[in-house]
Design a protein around this ligand. Sequence first.
Ligand code: FAD
Length: 400
Amino acid sequence: MFQLNENQARIQETARALANDVFKSRAAGIDASEEYPWDNVKVLTQAGFMGMAIPEEHGGLGLSYFDVILVVEEIARVCGVTARIVVEGNMGAIGAITRFGTKKQIERVVPLVLAGDKPAICITEPGSGSAATQMTTTAQKSGDKYILNGTKHWITGGGVSKSHLIFAQVVENDEHLGIGGFIAVRGEDEGLKIGRREPAMGLRGIPETEVIFDNLEIAEDMALIRPENLKRGFAGLMNAYNAQRVGAGTVALGVGCGAYHEALGYVKIREQFSRPIAEFQGLQWMLADMNVSIESARMMLWRAAQSAQTSNTGFPDPLMAAQAKLIASETAVKVTNDALQLHGAAGYSRNLPLERMVRDARMFTIGGGTAQMLRNLIAGKILDMKVPQTRDGYSTSKNS
Ligand code: FAD
């Protein structure tokens, strides 16, 4: 049984109050305008929600990922966009930088995040989505610099984020050393360009764009390299992604939960056949199923978030994070659709938040590892074997 301590109950309550008093009324406008919610960012920053998981010695509040997701869920119930900003202001790129970065790197990025910057994480390319390690962006070592060339796409926050964690194939003296992470700041590092914006289905208040590296010069000391060396660098850096996965799963949960509560209220006031529709058993069972799947997803997310506190990486356990993101994202898709269904035509109208919640929830079985790729990961863990995805993978792997 998960028990919130006094501090956790307090931050959850603060987040709930901000969600209901401030963010809720702004959410439809953000969706319609497709503009980044700078006003909400200001509120998040003032509340101390940006960088709350940054260790105290680096200027943050030193709170846990579990504390962060308590805040994320409350905000996501009313505004998925704003909740995603909290995730990326605490998990993902910033987690990797504070865990693996040098003093200089941390000092460059942390003040930006504490001032409200949502770092962008640049992995996906037009030709390499699920097959992320097949990325073609290169970081060519040249003297005391790396020269980056390539194009990423679907980068959340393209054009609004200042700090960027960019993944690229590192090449030095014609030798391929593996995938490394590089820190760049938009506006400071020349050669980082923002390309086309995707006309996204949901979560429209955050731009999803191409990010283009055109001879982007990164000083050697902005290469984020794991102590084990570059060859194992990507796997190490990707550990940080397990936190982001738990965060993204929690946004999905929150969006689903928001839709569920809308439905719970509506079925009691909407009457058909001279009785509240809540009296129809078929609808009661829908609500019961929605309730159970939300509670299950929350327990798995909480378990995954808490696993970070005892893991030797400082990040959530990869299996628990994948399980939690999978159940939360698929739950959100189903629950938001069912909640819309329970509203009949009213749910299909843009006057209510249901259709927005359906669109917002839809992304979470895709972004940050698709539902299929998460099943691959889970299968590999439970079978305790490598599950290579390339055609020649099994013949070249060491399974047997
Ligand atoms: P593909 O890899 O082309 O997959 C197509 C389909 O094939 C999917 O259903 C997939 O599950 C399936 N598939 C592929 N390979 C396998 C396999 N081996 N086994 C079974 N099924 C398989 N990326 C970033 O780097 N930074 C970001 O900030 C970011 N933000 C995003 C935000 C949004 C809203 C979205 C939608 C995406 C974002 N992404 C981001 C990209 C995201 O990580 C990729 O979309 C995702 O990894 C899938 O890649 P893809 O879209 O190229 O699909």
